[in-house]
Design a protein around this ligand. Structure first.
Ligand code: FPP
Length: 254
């Protein structure tokens, strides 16, 4: 179904190294969009698009780690994705299991710290256990923060943080005046991690879709037209290069 060339293209023989970049983001967030369109283009079931998208995801994680980037956040399943056809939801749930079964040893060996962003309690039990085990196994790792958003919504994350702060205040354990932008972020899933510097959404769509709303306040945005299953390490390097050329002012003049 796929040419040998297609399958090997992503092994990225020409991938760049950290020395090739003048500036790298500390935190990259990716909305992996276009799996459905890719499947349609190849006359395949949508699940095959997600499966091929998972291959891209493996390569991008590896390369992010090789470059020494601090954090990578991937939007795998939003709170809205439950409304997709059951067959597609099931396929995505299966991919989560397959992904962790095949990757966890390598990720742990590479000192990657895995964190699931989102509410795991709505997931099937096996998925919950798998995700929890991955988090627990890698909890002490000090390398790349690999955040995988599953049953995640950005507004929901902010509301949860507000609720926790409100109950601490109601119990008299926190003064409302002591809440700052920085301390608020300690109540988000990504507590302790740098803000998102670069957000990439593939497939040409230009929306944030409720992803990391608080953390993206000063992020640079890039919207490559490539569909996620076709997104290569070279495309990723191009995006990182483009980030390096951006003039980030954070609201100031120069
Ligand atoms: C958006 O494409 C993509 C998703 C909703 C799922 C992304 C998930 C993966 C790449 C793999 C699963 C993750 C793990 C951790 C194994 P779309 O289907 O909305 O594309 P379309 O807009 O072209 O229809």
């Amino acid at each position: 179904m796929f040419s040998i060339e297609h399958l090997f293209r992503k092994s990225a023989p020409h991938a760049r190294t950290a020395d090739d970049f003048s500036r790298l983001p500390a935190h990259v967030a990716i909305i992996m969009d276009g799996n459905g369109r890719w499947a349609k283009k190849h006359r395949l079931a949508v699940a095959k698009g997600h499966r091929q998208g998972t291959e891209t995801l493996r390569e991008i994680i590896r390369h992010t780690d090789d470059l020494g980037i601090r954090a990578l956040s991937l939007y795998a399943f939003s709170t809205e994705n439950w409304s997709r056809p059951q067959e597609e939801v099931d396929a995505l749930m299966q991919l989560i299991l397959d992904f962790f079964a095949s990757e966890i040893d390598e990720l742990d060996a590479k000192n990657v710290h895995i964190l699931i962003l989102g509410d795991k309690s709505r997931l099937p039990r096996l998925q919950q256990e798998t995700l929890l085990q991955a988090e627990e196994r890698t909890a002490k790792n000090t390398g790349l923060h690999l955040n995988i958003a599953i049953n995640y919504g950005g507004r929901d994350e902010i509301v949860r943080a507000a609720r926790r702060l409100a109950s601490l205040a109601a119990e008299g354990r926190l003064s409302p005046d002591s809440i700052t932008e920085h301390s608020f972020s300690d109540y988000l899933y990504t507590s302790g991690q740098p803000d998102v510097d670069l957000l990439i959404r593939t497939s040409g769509e230009m929306r944030l879709s409720n992803f990391l709303l608080y953390q993206c306040a000063y992020a640079e945005f890039l919207f490559p037209k490539t569909l996620w299953p076709d997104f290569t390490v070279a495309d990723y390097d191009d995006a990182l290069m483009a980030f390096g050329r951006r003039n980030r002012r954070f609201g100031s003049r120069s």
